[in-house]
Design a protein around this ligand. Structure first.
Ligand SMILES: [Zn+2]
Length: 713
């Protein structure tokens, strides 16, 4: 996952806000001692004063930052000179520096060091930030200037990067209704307001059903469960006032291991039913009517703009370009994926019969028997693998890969020379291996702690742009490894090692950027995970395996048979994984292509899955009534296909390396990779960039091979 610089998250769809070089005059204009607003001082073009940040300063800093930016925007909008690229687009790119600085701290306080005190400030600021966004996106004078620059550029095109930033900026405003007449604009705003209420209701209903359908177990119902799981279930129960019992909460992190290991089939069925009925219980928290309403309003909103359906509007600036392309990909993979489910079910039925369980595989049995098949077929001991995966060796391995592919050198900086927000955070300087040219700083915050969000992510405090002089990159990776006792090695699982490489891929994508304007840093939803997914592939290259995946005690390289087992196991249960994902992605798209006027959501889901031939032994990964990606906001509406879209690129690009004379370390392919797929970010159309790298469009065959599916003829 990537926190596309915290600005993008907080600013929603407006892409005017990325960090850039400071202009010397800003300090005078600030008239404040608020640390969070101050220009960054010290070495490396200035670095955030993480050692001085304070929650008490946040509210004032954000408010003042918004104020400053609105003044800058007003000045651009009210400029009496004729609109030009320089006085409108460049001026907008240059605006908002103080607020960007605040968000570097804001991101840390919300993700790495959160407190109840901060969350209170956050809640208070949320509506103000939303209002701030609207003030810019609905600034009529500003839009008229952008439009004038855009229209002039259609007659007399600008340089490619200039033209791209004009196109993206214009499109962003246009897609959000800036071109509508007064009457339609009013309706557009009303619809958005109604939608935001419905999104909140939808989320709250799911949350209600997650919190209120807890399954409490007694001591004799714990068969198959691990000690760790039992301990945590006991703690959750006692926190909920049920001392002596064990709580299975209605969330994925509880449901998934329970269904995998519990030997009690009746309880598996109950936990399964609770989980997949969230938002679908026919009571006041039922989401079916809300979803129908959301679909109607979305359709009405895009009709105002002249689009046939929501998907068409949403996908126009994505790599897929239109819903047909996205559907086409999904339907090509679907038959192989569901055919694999049949094989998996047959394998599981054999195991069940061998065990004398006398059952037919049902959805609440899938995970349980799949685990038994996994043990039987692959015999992979994850504890054994872990002994070869040490955090510091993995870090060295990533630096090695960055050196080979990107020509980077990572050097630890002198402790204390750059402020950090926690003693565990370490900082490296990134330079060009040959020229020694400074590129940026890499911050690593590896360990879990209270107040830190779960999972792993990458972010930037400053991005590389050149329009006001070359800026360096301040990028970070964040993980939740368990902190070891001093001098002990941190051993991680294969999955966590893969994620560690993944997030480093995001960081390299930041460091490699060669773009002029902040807007061109932006991510394209079905493309932005591709670079990071691709970097995962270097973890299992021979050079990394032989040198860095060494036993934490003996220093011996991981045995070849063990690597072989890991690779073989990677296609295990792909029928389940791919089918549950695709079912959700297909329903997401089909719901938005359908006529919503009299839609019955429950019926639509059932009938569409029937038509598709959904295997009855598993449900959608996210059933419609709790599909938060799509209905708790618009982030992944008609975009859930994007994970697979990016994965097609990942598989296809990795075959470009496999086919090359020097494999994953082939200089020629690596150069093209950096030049076309990393450096341009959004300065080049992703499809065009990919063609330059590969000499053709990506094909799905590689993805099919990676998942162990037969390749279509
Ligand atoms: Zn990611």
């Amino acid at each position: 996952m990537i926190t596309k610089s915290i600005k993008a998250t907080i600013m929603g769809s407006i892409i005017l806000f990325a960090s850039c070089k400071e202009e010397p005059k800003t300090k005078d204009k600030l008239m404040t001692n608020n640390v969070l607003l101050q220009e960054w001082e010290g070495p490396y073009q200035g670095v955030p004063a993480f050692d001085k940040m304070n929650v008490a300063d946040v509210k004032e800093a954000v408010e003042k930052g918004m104020d400053l930016q609105l003044k800058e925007i007003d000045a651009i909008a009210n400029n009496t000179e004729a609109p030009s690229f320089e006085n409108t687009i460049v001026a907008m790119e240059s605006a908002g520096k103080a607020l960007n600085r605040v968000f570097a701290y804001y991101g840390i306080l919300s993700s790495n060091k959160s407190t109840p005190e901060f969350r209170k400030v956050q809640a208070e600021l949320a509506p103000k930030l939303s209002e701030f966004r609207s003030k810019i996106s609905q600034n009529e004078k500003l839009f008229q200037r952008i439009k004038a620059v855009y229209e002039a550029s259609q007659k007399k095109p600008l340089e490619p990067q200039e033209q791209r930033v004009v196109n993206l900026t214009y499109k962003q405003f246009e897609m959000n209704g800036a071109n509508l007449d007064v009457e339609k604009k009013k309706r557009y705003a009303e619809i958005n307001k109604e939608l935001s209420t419905l999104y909140t209701k939808f989320s709250n209903n799911v949350l209600h059903d997650e919190e209120n359908y807890v399954t409490y177990l007694t001591k004799d119902q714990l068969g198959g469960l691990s000690d760790g799981f039992i301990k945590s279930a006991a703690k959750i129960a006692s926190d909920k006032g049920q001392d002596g019992k064990y709580a299975i909460t209605n969330t994925r992190s509880s449901m998934d291991p329970f269904l995998t290991y519990s030997t009690n089939r009746e309880l598996r069925k109950q936990v399964w039913a609770n989980y997949y009925s969230r938002g679908d219980n026919g009571d006041e928290y039922d989401n079916n009517k809300i979803i129908a309403e959301i679909l109607k309003l979305r359709k009405e909103r895009v009709s105002l703009l002249g689009y046939e359906n929501y998907a068409q509007w949403r996908l126009q600036n994505r790599m897929a370009k239109n819903p047909e392309n996205a559907m086409d990909l999904m339907l090509k993979v679907w038959p192989a994926s569901t055919a694999r489910v049949k094989e998996e079910v047959a394998d599981m039925q054999v195991v069940a019969n061998e065990l004398g369980d006398n059952i037919t595989i049902e959805p609440w049995d899938y995970r349980y028997y799949a685990e038994k098949v996994r043990k039987k077929k692959y015999d992979l001991d994850s504890d054994e693998v872990k002994q070869y995966l040490q955090l510091n060796k993995l870090t060295e391995a990533m630096f090695f890969v960055a050196g080979e592919i990107f020509n980077y050198k990572f050097t630890p900086i002198k402790e204390g020379s750059v402020p950090v927000f926690h003693e565990d955070v370490k900082v490296w300087e990134v330079t060009n291996k040959d020229s020694g040219k400074h590129i940026g700083l890499w911050y690593l915050d590896p360990y879990a702690r209270e107040g830190k969000r779960s999972g792993a992510w990458a972010t930037t405090y400053r991005s590389s742009t050149t329009f006001e002089g070359q800026t360096n990159v301040l990028a970070s990776n964040n993980s939740n490894f368990v902190k070891p006792a001093p001098s002990e090695a941190v051993l991680v699982s294969w999955d966590d090692a893969t994620t560690f490489f993944h997030e480093f891929g995001h960081a390299l994508h930041f460091f490699a950027a060669d773009v002029k304007y902040p807007t061109l840093q932006g991510g394209v939803r079905d493309y932005t995970e591709f670079q990071s997914q691709l970097l995962e592939r270097w973890l299992s290259t021979d050079k990394v395996i032989n040198t860095y995946l060494v036993h934490y005690k003996t220093g011996e390289s991981i045995p070849a048979e063990l690597v072989e087992k890991i690779k073989k196991a990677s296609t295990f249960n792909q029928g389940f994984g791919t089918t549950e994902y695709l079912a959700s992605a297909l329903i997401d798209m089909k719901l938005h292509l359908a006529d919503p006027s009299n839609i019955d959501i429950d019926k639509f889901e059932r009938e569409t899955l029937d038509e598709l031939g959904m295997p009855k032994e598993l449900p959608m990964r996210h059933r419609t009534p709790h599909f938060g990606h799509v209905f708790s906001g618009e982030g992944y509406a008609t975009a859930y296909y994007g994970y697979m879209w990016a994965d097609v690129l990942t598989s296809d690009a990795s075959e470009a390396f496999k086919e090359a004379p020097s494999g994953f370390y082939d200089k020629n392919v690596a150069d093209k990779l950096v030049k076309y797929l990393f450096a341009p970010r959004n300065a080049m159309d992703p499809a065009e960039a990919y063609r330059k790298f590969r000499g053709r469009d990506a094909k799905i065959e590689a993805l099919m091979r990676d998942r162990g599916f037969p390749v279509p003829k």
